[in-house]
Design a protein around this ligand. Sequence first.
Ligand SMILES: [Zn+2]
Length: 177
Amino acid sequence: MSDQPLCEVRSSSIHQRGLFATCDIEEGTDIIQYIGEKISKEESNRRALEWEDKARTTGEGLVYIFELDDDWDLDGRLGDNPARYMNHSCDGNCEAVNSEGENGDGEIWVVARKDIKKDEELVYDYGYDMEHFLDHPCLCGADSCIGYIVREDQRKKVKKLLKGLKKKAKKLSEQGM
Ligand SMILES: [Zn+2]
């Protein structure tokens, strides 16, 4: 294997910057490690809440915390962590996978879910809970995009909800309200 990184940060049409493949990548390849500060669950919850607030007022400040194991999380917001520029997609070509490093510590790797062509943007499911989905519009452009960043197993529910909202709005406009 060469030491050339398999990906690099470029500007993205999805959201400001993104991570892009610098060569063809085969399904199952460990592309890049998600690096960050190891923090306790308590600290992790504190930071997540703080950013949730910030995100709502500024429209940015997405959360960069990953679960490492039962005791520790990883905060990848600061430092040399190109993987943090990865955008969400409703049809991701990558996933974040927990694995065990050589010293037994937990690690997170971005792994290819399918064969990826050179220059394709690397994207994965942010796994956001649907609770505040209206705060997180999605611009991924995938055919299957539901318009909001929501984790895969909740998308059906959100789709239904959105349909209901549309119907309601239509009814109200028909009633001249
Ligand atoms: Zn989408």
